[in-house]
Design a protein around this ligand. Sequence first.
Ligand code: PMP
Length: 344
Amino acid sequence: MELNDVMRLVRKNIANLAPYSTARDEYKGKLGFFLDANENPFENGYNRYPDPRQLELKGIISQFKGVAVENMFLGNGSDEAIDLCYRIFCNPGKDNAVSIAPSYGMYRVAADINDVEFREIQLDAEFSFPAEQLTALCDENTKLVFICSPNNPSGNSFPMQQMLDFIASFKGIVVVDEAYIDFAEQDSLLTVLPQYKNLIVLQTLSKAYGLAGLRLGLAFADAEIMSIFAKVKYPYNINIAGMERAKELLKRDVKAEIELLKSERKRVADALVAMQCVEKVFPSDANFLLVRVNDARGLYEALIKEQVIVRDRSRLKGCEETLRITIGRPEENDRMLAIVNNWK
Ligand code: PMP
């Protein structure tokens, strides 16, 4: 799609929106006597409002993601970016969004909150990419398609070319949620971002980067789309304490942790497959495994009794009798494996 056509997808009221202008949007210098924002002038580290554009933290993220600051949005978790997609592109009560099932639950919750119809394609038993069914489900009011890859809770990535063909053929926005991409063997779609103007890629610092508690999610897209995100978000959506801790903690090299978790994923999968109660371990490109067992509720409760908490996903269609098990530290995984092995 051409950028002009993409920008026509923005709701009229949002395209015409005159955003709130903060004191710090008007004066960008760091030194001076700040009598512009009605703050308390006695310094305590947090008495000033944060940078609404988060330029310093974005600069750091830009270096390791290889994406320019103007192609980036920083949110209160990627959940904020999901909600903004609806608020920017979907007219309540008229437009719709399409996704796959089973997948991440917030796409539907955010649609419901925004009074946007939500449509889903049930994935097949192998969780393969349903390109044709997705196309068939979209109509002229479909503004958003959410694709989660690697997908939660199935764990698999969808083949890059299949996703790209779909993005090229679709006349709305495709949001590819790459929350787990750092654990994947496959490349991120960030590598092709400039070529697909209707693509928004979501990532997060909550998973591989180990910062779930700071609530920092990322969206990447064309600079014009990102400028709409910037005007619709709450002016100071990221606070100073969070930004400072993130700047510090992002100096850590997480590569070794990621490599260890990937090798644990293989070790745990191989061990589980050999166990009596395990029927299938689904291939995973993420930091969790979806495991089909003979009695998911029974095993879930046996694990809980030993204070090992996993997620029972059995009530999701296509995930009957499955547990979703996050890959932990080696000793945590050993404990989980021992309980599963001794069960029934
Ligand atoms: N997308 C997916 C696929 C997820 O699984 C999650 C969290 N479970 C999120 C997004 C939300 O992440 P964040 O912590 O950045 O809000």
